[in-house]
Ligand binder design. Structure first.
Ligand SMILES: Cc1ncc(COP(=O)(O)O)c(C=O)c1O
Length: 513
C-alpha cells in the first residue's frame, strides 16, 4: 500500500509573482487592446506591489520552522513534507519488465501488451515516491510550470546561435536571450561584451568553455583540482588537452601552494584554470581571488591565462548570499557555467554558459542550411528548456531566488547540527548547502534516500524542497539505521571520512575508528 500524507499545496507562487493589474493594463494598451478582454483578476490582490507580496510571503515564512517557499513541483506530490513510503518502489512494476515495454510489431502483439495508461500510471507513482525522498542530488523541486504545459505540443528547437536568427521559425530564442541577459547581469558583464546560450546541462557548459579555452590557448595546460567534476576531465580527454589534476585541501578546495608549484614548473605554456565554484561532493568553493593571485605571483600575464568557473550549483547561489566572495566577470575570468535544473529548478536538465564575446568568434562557423552560425556544442537545441528557465526566473525573480538560497543554507546548518547532536560525523563547508556525512552502513538506506556516496562518505544537498520537517524524518531514520547496522569507519588513513576529522574544517569531530 502506498502511504502518503498529501496536503493541497499548489501554488501560492502564481499569485505572489503574477503581474499587477496596472502592469497588465499598460501592457495591454500598448498592444492596442482593452483590459476587458483579459481574464478576471483579483484586483485587491493584483494592486499589491510585487515587493509587498514578497514581504508578506517572507513574514509568513518566518512564522515557524516548517515554512514553505514557492510552489511544489506538480510531479513531486508535496515535496516539503510528504514521504511516500517504500512499497511501491520495492514491488516490480510493469515497466520493470522489458516484455511489457516492448514495441509491438503487429496488432496481435499490441493486444497482448498491458495498456500504455497502466504502465504510465505506475511510472508516475514511482516518480512521486522517488521524488519525495531524494536528498543526494541537487535538484530544486520547487517549481510550477503548468502554464507551459501547452507548449509541449510544439517542436521548439533553438538550433543555431541564440543571437542570430535562422530559417526555422518554431523557436524560443527571445526567451533564451532574456535568460542569458539575466545571467550576464548577475555575473556582471557589460552589454555587448558577452555571449552565451542555454545548454542541455552543466556538463555541456563545461565542454563548451573548455573548447573555447583550448581554442584561445592551443598549447595551454589545464589545471584543476582532483575533486573537480568529471565533465572537466572528460573535456580534457575529448580535446586532448594536457591536464594537471592538483590535489585538494581537506575541505575540498584546490591546494593553492601546489597549484603554484605546477604553474611554475610549466612556465612558458599558457595556463587554463578550472575554478570550482562548489565541488560536487563536498561543496567546496575554490577561492577565485587566491587562484588569481597565484597566477600573478607565478608571473602569468592576462594574455597567458584563461579562467573558467564551474558553478554548476553554486554560481546560481553565491550572488544571493550575503558577504560571499565575488565570482563575476569583473574579475579576469573567461567563462562561467551553471546547471539550470539544480538551484533554479526545471523538469528537464538544462544550464547556461556565458563567456566573453571575443572568445566565441574562435569557433563560429557560418552554416547556410541553418541560415545561422554554428557556435554551440549541439546542433538542435532544446527550446523548451530555454522557455522553462525563463519562466522559473520570471516567476521567482531575484527576491524569490534569494529567499530560496538563504533557506537552503539555513536548513543545511540545521541538518548538520541535528546529525552532530546524534553523534554522527558530518561537515558543512562555508557557502554550501551540501552536508557531508559518514556513509550509512546500510546500502538500502542509501538507496532509500538516494544519497550520493564517495568511498566512505555520503552527502545530502539541501535544496528548497528539503524542509526541516523532512530533515527530521531523515535524521530519525539515519539514527535508527546506524543503531541497527553499525557505523562506517574510515577505509584508509586519508580517506574522505578520515579527512572529515581534519582541523581545517574548524571545531572538532569524532570519526569512528
Ligand atoms: C561541480 C559540477 N560541475 C558540473 C556538473 C555537471 O552538471 P550537469 O549534471 O548539469 O551536467 C556537476 C553536477 O553535479 C557538478 O557538481
Amino acid at each position: 500500500m502506498l502511504v502518503m500524507r498529501r496536503r493541497s499545496s499548489l501554488p501560492l507562487l502564481g499569485k505572489i509573482f503574477s503581474p499587477s493589474a496596472r502592469v497588465l493594463s499598460t501592457a495591454a494598451s500598448r498592444r492596442g487592446f482593452s483590459t476587458s478582454s483579459l481574464p478576471d483578476i483579483d484586483v485587491a490582490d493584483a494592486l499589491r506591489t510585487e515587493s509587498e507580496r514578497i514581504e508578506a510571503d517572507m513574514a509568513g515564512a518566518t512564522k515557524g520552522p516548517f515554512h514553505k517557499i514557492g510552489s511544489s513541483s506538480p510531479w513531486a506530490g508535496d515535496p516539503w513534507d510528504t514521504v511516500f513510503e517504500a512499497q511501491v518502489d520495492a514491488a516490480p512494476l510493469l515497466m520493470d519488465s522489458p516484455a511489457a515495454l516492448a514495441i509491438p510489431e503487429t496488432e496481435a502483439d499490441r493486444l497482448a501488451l498491458p495498456s500504455e495508461r497502466a504502465i504510465l500510471d505506475e511510472y508516475e507513482q514511482r516518480l512521486q515516491q522517488r521524488s519525495s525522498r531524494h536528498l543526494g542530488y541537487p535538484y530544486n523541486l520547487v517549481y510550477d510550470h503548468e502554464d507551459l504545459h501547452r507548449f509541449l505540443r510544439y517542436s521548439i528547437n533553438n538550433l543555431g546561435d541564440p543571437f542570430v536568427s535562422s530559417n526555422y521559425g518554431v523557436h524560443s530564442r527571445e526567451f533564451e536571450v532574456a535568460v542569458i541577459d539575466f545571467f550576464a547581469k548577475m555575473w556582471k558583464i557589460e552589454q555587448n561584451e558577452y555571449w552565451g546560450y542555454v545548454t542541455t546541462c552543466g556538463t555541456e557548459g563545461n565542454l563548451h568553455a573548455m573548447l573555447l579555452a583550448r581554442e584561445c590557448h592551443p598549447d595551454g595546460v589545464l589545471y584543476t583540482s582532483t575533486e573537480t567534476h568529471y565533465s572537466i576531465f572528460k573535456a580534457a580527454r575529448y580535446y586532448k588537452m594536457d591536464c594537471e589534476a592538483v590535489p585538494t585541501l581537506p575541505m575540498g578546495e584546490i591546494d593553492y601552494d601546489e597549484l603554484g608549484r605546477r604553474l611554475a614548473a610549466n612556465k612558458g605554456r599558457s595556463a587554463i584554470l578550472n575554478v570550482n565554484i562548489g565541488t560536487t561532493v563536498k561543496g567546496a568553493v575554490d577561492n577565485l581571488d587566491r587562484v588569481l593571485r597565484v597566477l600573478q605571483r607565478e608571473g602569468y600575464e592576462r594574455e597567458n591565462f584563461h579562467v573558467h568557473c564551474d558553478g554548476a550549483l553554486f554560481a546560481m547561489m553565491l550572488p544571493f548570499v550575503e558577504y560571499a566572495p565575488q565570482v563575476s566577470f569583473e574579475r579576469p575570468i573567461d567563462s562561467i557555467a551553471v546547471s539550470g535544473h539544480k538551484m533554479l529548478g526545471s523538469p528537464m536538465p538544462c544550464g547556461v554558459t556565458l563567456t566573453r564575446k571575443e572568445h566565441v568568434k574562435k569557433v563560429e562557423m557560418r552554416i547556410d542550411y541553418l541560415n545561422s552560425v554554428d557556435t554551440t556544442i549541439m546542433g538542435s537545441r532544446n527550446g523548451q528548456a530555454a522557455l522553462f528557465m525563463w519562466h522559473a526566473l520570471r516567476r521567482k525573480g531575484v527576491q524569490g531566488i534569494t529567499k530560496e538560497v538563504r533557506a537552503c543554507l539555513e536548513t543545511a546548518g540545521y541538518l548538520r547540527d541535528q546529525l552532530r547532536a546524534h553523534g554522527l560525523a558530518c561537515r558543512l563547508n562555508d557557502l554550501s548547502s551540501t552536508v557531508v556525512l559518514e556513509r550509512p552502513a546500510d546500502e538500502n538506506f542509501v538507496q532509500r534516500w538516494q544519497l550520493a556516496c564517495e568511498e566512505d562518505i555520503a552527502h545530502v544537498v539541501v535544496m528548497p524542497n528539503v524542509t526541516r520537517e523532512k530533515v527530521d524524518v531523515f535524521v530519525a531514520e539515519i539514527v535508527a539505521s546506524a543503531a541497527a547496522h553499525g557505523r562506517t569507519t574510515p577505509v584508509r588513513d586519508d580517506s574522505p571520512l578520515a579527512m572529515l576529522a581534519d582541523r581545517a574544517w574548524g571545531g572538532d569531530l569524532l570519526v569512528n575508528s
